[in-house]
Design a protein around this ligand. Structure first.
Ligand code: CTP
Ligand code: CA
Length: 225
């Protein structure tokens, strides 16, 4: 094989990738959201397709162009994302949760725009927890042998928090990256450690999001056998 051309080691596999960040609406014009750009998830989808996989990309509010040859399912809220992931995961060999899922959503949605009142301070926004999609698909495994990968951005005690999160979620691999200066949302590059339930730690040096994506698929392909 020519340099840079990979063996299609994911041929015949169906992989699901979630990307972007969910938005939880308050009213028709406002939402609670996050800064996820979707770039890492899109890089995962592109590289999996290049390695021969059938790819379902569940894209939460991303403005990136659809990668060629990938099934893109656009979603808005964590509830939508959950439905799309559960549906696509039913026959998937691997699921990679790169999306930033809102932990909470407003308890109520105002059908009309929320207006301020001259003589009143605003009401606090009451929130309720969203379901944990990664924990759900990891606990109730629908397909034996399915490889499930989570992502975690941490600011402190990155590895210790990552190990605890891997255990808590029940997934097979957890990609942990430290957020801070230079390692910010929206950048083209990333640096991470991929933690495995087998105790493995795979360090991925600071570099393009494609390189991290390739390492994730190497580890997934290794587990799929
Ligand atoms: N995730 C999910 N459903 C949620 C929240 C998170 O599936 N409701 C997934 C994310 O897609 C990611 C992983 O869980 O793959 C870790 O997300 P993270 O926000 O780091 O984990 P949390 O359990 O929400 O912990 P924290 O309190 O640190 O936010
Ligand atoms: Ca969270």
């Amino acid at each position: 094989l020519a340099r840079g051309v990979r063996e299609p080691d994911l041929k015949g596999r169906h992989v699901v990738v979630s990307a972007g960040g969910t938005r939880e609406p308050l009213d028709p014009v406002r939402f609670l959201g996050n800064r996820s750009s979707g770039k890492q998830g899109y890089a995962l989808a592109r590289t999996a397709a290049a390695r021969g996989a059938r790819v379902t990309l569940i894209a939460a509010n991303s403005t990136l162009p659809d990668p060629a040859g990938v099934d893109v399912v656009p979603v808005g809220t964590a509830t939508h994302l959950r439905e799309a992931v559960l549906k696509a995961a039913a026959d998937a060999d691997a699921v990679v949760m790169a999306a930033a899922v809102a932990d909470f959503r407003p308890v109520t949605y105002a059908a009309g725009k929320i207006k301020k009142k001259d003589d009143q301070e605003p009401e606090p926004i009451a929130l309720v927890r969203n379901p944990d999609i990664l924990a759900e698909i990891s606990t109730d495994r629908v397909r034996p042998g399915q490889v499930i990968v989570g992502f975690a951005a941490e600011t402190d005690d990155v590895l210790a928090n990552g190990r605890a999160k891997l255990k808590r979620k029940g997934c097979d691999l957890l990609v942990v990256n430290e957020v801070g200066e230079r390692k910010t949302f929206g950048s083209e590059e990333n640096e991470a450690v991929v933690l495995g339930t087998d105790g493995s730690e795979t360090a991925v040096p600071y570099g393009p999001k494609e390189a991290l994506a390739e390492t994730v698929w190497d580890l997934v392909a290794g587990r799929l056998g």
